[in-house]
Write a protein that binds this ligand. Structure first.
Ligand SMILES: [Zn+2]
Length: 283
């Protein structure tokens, strides 16, 4: 567990929605199991442990949540497949920090897959409502359109209950491409994991934090060929890694790894042409 991190005028904190499990082959693509199981051991169903490391950002003027985890799961089949384990779920994590759902000004969904948008909405007295009643929810228009018309390969990744109530309440804010959301908080659209993923950059006083989302979901994915089989455009993931990883090293970006169950945040270093992650102490 890592405490609040200062970034110039901002404060950031990883707030976890717990863990879940996913097939290891799906996460590591062409990498042979003999290699990936050294860093991510598989259980009897070939599943690996996955984190849900959302990021809480206080800019001084706004309180922002980047991605919202898995959310409450009632479906028994889903539990069997994904083994969610949420001993202290996201809303409790926020409450532990003195925050109620009303305090969140902005939610940024990097995309609408169920494991990134799960706490967007919640059930209250039989009704499905936005979890964060005052928040604008920032989503790429292309991703929203795709989520409403998914294909046979990714239909299982979307749960309309995580965005339909936001549309009804008028809280969904669809954007196209790169955008500064508030000063120092910028989203950049990258194709790779899907067509319209948005990664998030935080800048303050010359320092940069990047929330990679599923472009680089876990720390082993800093190795260039480690690309999830789930990615729709794996060669574009590779292109983005070729472009962004050297810059992350050069400029000392602090990186958030959404799905890493152990190392949620760290710096990327390059040793003999290969990238590694140096965990932030306690992170
Ligand atoms: Zn994901």
């Amino acid at each position: 567990m890592i405490g609040p991190i200062s970034l110039g005028k901002m404060t950031l904190e990883v707030v976890s929605d717990g863990t879940w499990r996913l097939d290891g082959g799906m996460m590591f693509g062409i990498v042979p199991k003999v290699l990936w199981e050294r860093v991510a051991p598989a259980d009897e169903k070939n599943r690996i442990l996955m984190g849900l490391n959302c990021l809480l950002v206080r800019t001084g003027r706004h309180i922002i949540l980047i991605d919202t985890g898995l959310g409450e799961v009632r479906d028994e089949k889903f539990r069997q497949i994904y083994a969610p384990d949420r001993p202290r779920p996201l809303l409790q994590q926020l409450a532990d920090r003195g925050l109620s759902p009303e305090d969140i000004d902005i939610v940024i969904n990097t995309h609408l897959h169920f494991d990134h948008a799960g706490n967007n909405t919640r059930r209250h007295q039989g009704r499905l409502l936005p979890t964060f009643p005052r928040a604008r929810y920032i989503v790429q228009r292309g991703e929203y359109e795709h989520a409403n018309a998914p294909n046979e390969r990714d239909r299982a990744s979307y749960r309309p209950v995580t965005w339909e109530p936001l549309q009804e309440s008028g809280q969904l804010e669809l954007i196209e491409g790169d955008r500064e959301i508030v000063p120092g908080v910028r989203v950049v659209r990258v194709r790779g994991h899907n067509r319209d993923l948005q990664i998030v950059f935080l800048h303050s006083e010359g320092r940069t934090v990047v929330f990679w989302s599923d472009l680089i979901p876990m720390t082993p994915h800093v190795q260039k060929p480690w690309i999830a089989a789930l990615d729709h455009y794996p060669l574009e993931t590779l292109e983005q890694k070729n472009r962004l990883l050297p810059q992350a090293v050069r400029e000392g970006w602090l990186c958030v790894f959404y799905h890493d169950p152990q190392i949620s945040i760290g710096h990327i270093i390059e040793v003999d042409g290969r990238f590694h992650v140096l965990p932030l102490e306690g992170g």
